[in-house]
Design a protein around this ligand. Sequence first.
Ligand code: S3P
Length: 193
Amino acid sequence: VCMAYRSTGDQREAHGAFLLVAPVVFVGFMGAGKTSVARRTARMTGLTAIDADTYFAHDIGMSAGAFIRAYGEAAFRDAETVVLRELLALEPALISCGGGIVEREENRDILRDQFVIYLRVSAEEARERISSLQSRPLFGDMAEANALNEHRAPLYEEVADCVIDTAGKTVAALSNRVVSCLKERGLLCPQPR
Ligand code: S3P
Protein backbone atom coordinates (compact mmCIF):
# COMPACT_ATOMS: atom_id res chain seq x y z
CA VAL A 1 0.00 0.00 0.00
CA CYS A 2 2.79 2.42 0.91
CA MET A 3 4.61 1.61 -2.33
CA ALA A 4 1.51 2.54 -4.34
CA TYR A 5 1.13 5.87 -2.55
CA ARG A 6 4.79 6.69 -2.95
CA SER A 7 4.84 5.99 -6.67
CA THR A 8 1.87 8.29 -7.29
CA GLY A 9 3.37 11.05 -5.15
CA ASP A 10 0.00 11.40 -3.44
CA GLN A 11 -0.66 14.99 -2.35
CA ARG A 12 -2.05 13.81 0.96
CA GLU A 13 1.54 13.39 2.12
CA ALA A 14 1.76 17.17 2.26
CA HIS A 15 -0.86 17.21 5.04
CA GLY A 16 1.37 15.22 7.30
CA ALA A 17 -0.92 12.39 8.36
CA PHE A 18 0.91 9.11 8.40
CA LEU A 19 0.65 5.59 9.69
CA LEU A 20 3.83 4.01 10.97
CA VAL A 21 3.92 0.38 9.89
CA ALA A 22 6.54 -0.68 12.47
CA PRO A 23 8.26 0.91 15.47
CA VAL A 24 11.23 3.17 14.73
CA VAL A 25 14.00 3.33 17.32
CA PHE A 26 16.48 6.19 17.61
CA VAL A 27 19.93 5.38 18.95
CA GLY A 28 23.12 7.41 19.31
CA PHE A 29 25.39 8.95 21.88
CA MET A 30 24.17 11.26 24.66
CA GLY A 31 23.48 14.65 23.09
CA ALA A 32 22.97 13.27 19.57
CA GLY A 33 19.47 14.75 19.56
CA LYS A 34 17.47 11.50 19.69
CA THR A 35 14.64 12.88 21.83
CA SER A 36 14.37 16.22 20.00
CA VAL A 37 14.49 14.65 16.54
CA ALA A 38 11.92 11.96 17.41
CA ARG A 39 9.62 14.63 18.86
CA ARG A 40 10.02 16.94 15.87
CA THR A 41 9.51 14.06 13.43
CA ALA A 42 6.32 13.17 15.31
CA ARG A 43 5.03 16.73 14.95
CA MET A 44 5.80 16.68 11.21
CA THR A 45 4.01 13.40 10.59
CA GLY A 46 1.25 13.26 13.18
CA LEU A 47 2.88 10.19 14.72
CA THR A 48 3.62 9.51 18.39
CA ALA A 49 7.09 9.97 19.90
CA ILE A 50 7.98 8.16 23.11
CA ASP A 51 11.19 8.80 25.01
CA ALA A 52 12.37 5.65 26.82
CA ASP A 53 14.10 7.57 29.63
CA THR A 54 11.01 9.75 30.23
CA TYR A 55 8.84 6.62 30.28
CA PHE A 56 11.33 5.06 32.70
CA ALA A 57 11.24 8.14 34.97
CA HIS A 58 7.44 8.14 34.97
CA ASP A 59 7.34 4.42 35.77
CA ILE A 60 10.09 4.33 38.41
CA GLY A 61 9.58 7.78 39.89
CA MET A 62 13.14 9.01 39.32
CA SER A 63 15.19 10.09 36.31
CA ALA A 64 17.62 7.74 34.54
CA GLY A 65 20.56 9.82 35.79
CA ALA A 66 19.35 9.82 39.40
CA PHE A 67 18.65 6.09 39.21
CA ILE A 68 22.19 5.38 37.93
CA ARG A 69 23.67 7.47 40.73
CA ALA A 70 21.58 5.69 43.35
CA TYR A 71 21.65 2.08 42.13
CA GLY A 72 24.43 1.87 39.57
CA GLU A 73 24.57 1.33 35.81
CA ALA A 74 23.92 -2.44 35.85
CA ALA A 75 20.56 -2.02 37.62
CA PHE A 76 19.63 0.72 35.14
CA ARG A 77 20.52 -1.50 32.17
CA ASP A 78 18.23 -4.25 33.52
CA ALA A 79 15.33 -1.81 33.79
CA GLU A 80 16.18 -0.31 30.39
CA THR A 81 15.68 -3.67 28.68
CA VAL A 82 12.26 -4.07 30.30
CA VAL A 83 11.27 -0.58 29.13
CA LEU A 84 12.51 -1.26 25.59
CA ARG A 85 10.43 -4.42 25.36
CA GLU A 86 7.36 -2.63 26.73
CA LEU A 87 7.64 0.24 24.25
CA LEU A 88 8.10 -2.09 21.30
CA ALA A 89 4.91 -3.93 22.28
CA LEU A 90 2.82 -0.74 21.96
CA GLU A 91 1.31 0.65 18.77
CA PRO A 92 4.27 1.49 16.48
CA ALA A 93 5.82 4.78 17.58
CA LEU A 94 9.01 6.83 17.23
CA ILE A 95 11.01 5.62 20.23
CA SER A 96 14.08 7.51 21.45
CA CYS A 97 16.39 5.44 23.65
CA GLY A 98 19.10 6.31 26.14
CA GLY A 99 22.57 6.41 24.60
CA GLY A 100 23.68 3.25 26.38
CA ILE A 101 20.95 0.98 25.05
CA VAL A 102 23.47 -0.81 22.80
CA GLU A 103 25.72 -1.75 25.73
CA ARG A 104 23.73 -4.93 26.42
CA GLU A 105 23.93 -7.72 23.88
CA GLU A 106 20.32 -8.61 24.66
CA ASN A 107 19.25 -5.12 23.61
CA ARG A 108 21.29 -5.28 20.43
CA ASP A 109 19.59 -8.60 19.60
CA ILE A 110 16.21 -6.93 20.09
CA LEU A 111 17.21 -3.89 18.03
CA ARG A 112 18.52 -5.94 15.11
CA ASP A 113 14.90 -6.99 14.47
CA GLN A 114 13.64 -3.41 14.60
CA PHE A 115 13.99 -0.42 12.32
CA VAL A 116 16.76 1.65 13.89
CA ILE A 117 18.00 5.14 13.08
CA TYR A 118 21.48 5.99 14.34
CA LEU A 119 22.05 9.71 14.90
CA ARG A 120 25.83 10.03 14.78
CA VAL A 121 27.58 12.76 16.75
CA SER A 122 31.12 13.45 17.98
CA ALA A 123 31.66 13.67 21.74
CA GLU A 124 32.76 17.31 21.28
CA GLU A 125 29.57 18.34 19.49
CA ALA A 126 27.48 16.30 21.94
CA ARG A 127 29.08 18.20 24.84
CA GLU A 128 28.15 21.52 23.23
CA ARG A 129 24.52 20.41 22.94
CA ILE A 130 24.16 19.09 26.49
CA SER A 131 23.14 21.93 28.78
CA SER A 132 23.82 20.10 32.04
CA LEU A 133 25.99 17.05 32.62
CA GLN A 134 24.17 16.56 35.95
CA SER A 135 21.59 14.41 34.16
CA ARG A 136 24.27 12.35 32.35
CA PRO A 137 26.44 10.69 35.01
CA LEU A 138 28.10 8.45 32.43
CA PHE A 139 29.35 11.21 30.12
CA GLY A 140 32.48 11.79 32.23
CA ASP A 141 35.21 14.19 31.09
CA MET A 142 36.00 14.71 27.40
CA ALA A 143 38.53 11.88 27.25
CA GLU A 144 36.03 9.48 28.82
CA ALA A 145 33.20 10.68 26.58
CA ASN A 146 35.38 10.23 23.47
CA ALA A 147 36.40 6.73 24.53
CA LEU A 148 32.79 5.75 25.31
CA ASN A 149 31.55 7.12 21.98
CA GLU A 150 34.29 5.22 20.13
CA HIS A 151 33.45 2.03 22.00
CA ARG A 152 29.76 2.42 21.16
CA ALA A 153 30.06 3.59 17.52
CA PRO A 154 30.39 0.06 16.07
CA LEU A 155 27.56 -1.12 18.32
CA TYR A 156 25.25 1.62 17.06
CA GLU A 157 26.28 0.81 13.48
CA GLU A 158 25.68 -2.89 14.01
CA VAL A 159 21.97 -2.35 14.79
CA ALA A 160 21.31 0.62 12.49
CA ASP A 161 19.21 0.54 9.32
CA CYS A 162 19.81 4.21 8.65
CA VAL A 163 22.77 6.33 9.79
CA ILE A 164 22.39 10.11 9.89
CA ASP A 165 25.33 12.41 10.60
CA THR A 166 24.18 15.20 12.85
CA ALA A 167 27.25 17.47 12.60
CA GLY A 168 26.17 21.07 12.11
CA LYS A 169 22.55 20.11 11.35
CA THR A 170 19.44 21.54 12.97
CA VAL A 171 16.73 19.39 14.53
CA ALA A 172 14.43 20.40 11.65
CA ALA A 173 16.96 19.32 9.01
CA LEU A 174 17.56 16.03 10.79
CA SER A 175 13.83 15.35 11.06
CA ASN A 176 13.47 15.93 7.31
CA ARG A 177 16.19 13.33 6.76
CA VAL A 178 14.38 10.93 9.06
CA VAL A 179 11.10 11.37 7.18
CA SER A 180 12.86 10.81 3.83
CA CYS A 181 14.53 7.70 5.18
CA LEU A 182 11.27 6.29 6.54
CA LYS A 183 9.44 7.01 3.27
CA GLU A 184 12.20 5.40 1.22
CA ARG A 185 12.09 2.30 3.36
CA GLY A 186 8.28 2.05 3.27
CA LEU A 187 7.86 2.63 7.02
CA LEU A 188 5.58 5.63 6.60
CA CYS A 189 2.23 5.14 4.98
CA PRO A 190 0.32 8.32 4.04
CA GLN A 191 -3.21 8.36 5.48
CA PRO A 192 -6.23 10.20 4.15
CA ARG A 193 -7.65 12.59 6.74
C1 S3P B 1 23.04 7.04 29.10
C2 S3P B 1 22.36 8.00 28.39
C3 S3P B 1 21.20 8.74 28.94
C4 S3P B 1 20.51 7.93 30.03
C5 S3P B 1 21.49 7.48 31.05
C6 S3P B 1 22.60 6.61 30.46
C7 S3P B 1 24.21 6.40 28.48
O1 S3P B 1 20.28 9.05 27.90
O2 S3P B 1 19.87 6.82 29.49
O3 S3P B 1 22.03 8.60 31.70
O4 S3P B 1 24.71 5.39 29.02
O5 S3P B 1 24.65 6.89 27.42
P1 S3P B 1 20.59 10.14 26.72
O6 S3P B 1 21.30 9.43 25.62
O7 S3P B 1 19.24 10.59 26.29
O8 S3P B 1 21.39 11.23 27.32
